[in-house]
Design a protein around this ligand. Structure first.
Ligand SMILES: Nc1ncnc2c1ncn2[C@@H]1O[C@H](COP(=O)(O)OP(=O)(O)O)[C@@H](O)[C@H]1O
Ligand SMILES: N[C@@H](CCC(=O)OP(=O)(O)O)C(=O)O
Length: 377
């Protein structure tokens, strides 16, 4: 078997998949939901469901449908208006899916998540067990961001990231991202008609970040967030396909191993669930700059981060917050939950751990970040 065929066969074997359908595709050129297209994807999802593939759907479209229902021609800039449009549109979105899945006797459930839900460990575990239970009951879960309650600071914004985190949560075999382009091109085809499609590659390949641009008028993150989503999904071992939702039978063809769209596969062994949860956190409260020895310790030996390897502390964080670890050139090396607040960390940086109690008057822990709470990126 050729290497390409072997790669595509991953999808033939996939038993649990997350399918993400983007705004750019769902929304009939900004005139509300494209119901005929939705009916077509539901037909394919029902086929996969009948074959015993476990599917979770991440669907955008609430804001666009809300705008159409409210008669708004332009996407509002103000957050409270976006929240209102999402509230109006989300009911229509789920109703549309529900009606079409009912043709196949498939029950549906709506799950609205925020970044907070996935960063709080307890709520993350709750979301995971609810989704697993729904899968066990063969219910089609339809996930979206809970746009009505998020603020700019804590929103995913695009649904690619949300799709990847759901793939992580469920340890899905694949993330299938449907959009309005055939896949990832070596330049944005909206501006470069000569751009050519990338068929296969590794999710972590730095070249993809350079070629992936932003989104169109309807979508949010463009290819940049799809490439990032593929990297996130790879952390739990999932392969990501990016393909055009307008291709007839795109989902069933992808799952039959057909060479459609772009396939980005994981290069490394999957991280543990806890490390993935750490890696998925978006809110970072500060930065620790590490010397060369500490960078090598984290990268090559999986060590904890000790104060002696830190040369600079920035930001205002408390014990237990997420901080970023960078090298002296500013490249991000790792991320983790810190054992000391910013003021304490600034006092003990560069010191041997046995000196912590004499400087601070106490010692919470000998390391600034324990290796169990640290994820190397
Ligand atoms: N390298 C690239 N390859 C393909 N599409 C790209 C690339 N860079 C930017 N894009 C743009 O990304 C858009 C898809 O993303 P987006 O508009 O966010 O859609 P969705 O709502 O489906 O997530 C495409 O319409 C395309 O113009
Ligand atoms: N949560 C938003 C979707 C955000 C969005 O458009 O994301 P994307 O489909 O990734 O471009 C909505 O339902 O309108």
């Amino acid at each position: 078997m050729s290497e390409q065929a072997a790669t595509r066969a991953v999808l033939e074997r996939a038993r649990r998949v997350v399918v993400k359908i983007g705004s750019a595709l769902l929304t009939n050129d900004g005139r509300g939901l494209d119901e005929a297209a939705i009916a077509g994807w539901v037909d394919q999802l029902a086929t996969l469901h009948d074959r015993g593939v476990e599917v979770v759907l991440v669907s955008s479209g609430a804001v666009a449908e809300g705008m159409a229902r409210l008669g708004w021609m332009r996407r509002p800039g103000a957050l409270h208006e976006l929240q209102a449009a999402a509230a109006v549109g989300q009911t229509g979105l789920v109703q549309c899916y529900e009606q079409h899945f009912a043709r196949f006797g498939i029950r549906t459930a709506q799950i609205l998540l925020t970044h907070d839900d996935l960063s709080n460990r307890k709520r993350y575990l709750n979301a995971r067990s609810a989704l697993r239970t729904l899968l066990g009951m063969q219910v089609m879960a339809i996930v979206n961001e809970n746009d009505t309650v998020v603020t700019d600071e804590i929103r995913f914004g695009d649904n690619d990231t949300l799709g990847a985190l759901v793939a992580n949560l469920l340890e899905a075999d694949a993330l299938l991202i449907l959009t309005d382009q055939e896949g990832l091109f070596d330049a944005d085809p909206r501006h470069n008609p000569q751009a050519s499609l990338i068929h296969e590659g590794e999710a972590d390949d730095p070249r993809w970040v350079r070629v992936a641009g932003d989104g169109g008028a309807l979508g949010r993150g463009g290819m940049a967030t799809k490439v990032r989503a593929a990297r996130l999904a790879a952390r739990s071992g999932a392969v990501t396909a990016i393909a055009s939702g307008r291709q007839p039978d795109v989902l069933t063809r992808l799952m039959a191993g057909e060479r459609l769209g772009t396939l980005l596969h994981p290069e490394h062994a999957p991280m543990t669930a806890r490390k993935r949860w750490l890696a998925g956190q978006l809110q970072v409260r500060g930065t620790l700059t590490l010397d060369e020895g500490a960078v090598a310790g984290l990268r090559d030996r999986g060590s904890s981060l000790l104060p002696v390897g830190v040369v600079k502390v920035t930001g205002s964080f408390r014990r237990g917050d997420m901080v970023s670890c960078v090298d002296e050139q500013g490249s991000v090396i790792a991320r983790g939950l810190v054992n000391y607040d910013a003021g304490e960390a600034a006092h003990i940086l560069g010191m041997a751990s046995h000196a912590i109690s004499s400087v601070l008057g106490y010692m919470e822990a000998p390391e600034l970040i324990h290796r169990d709470n640290l994820v190397v990126l």
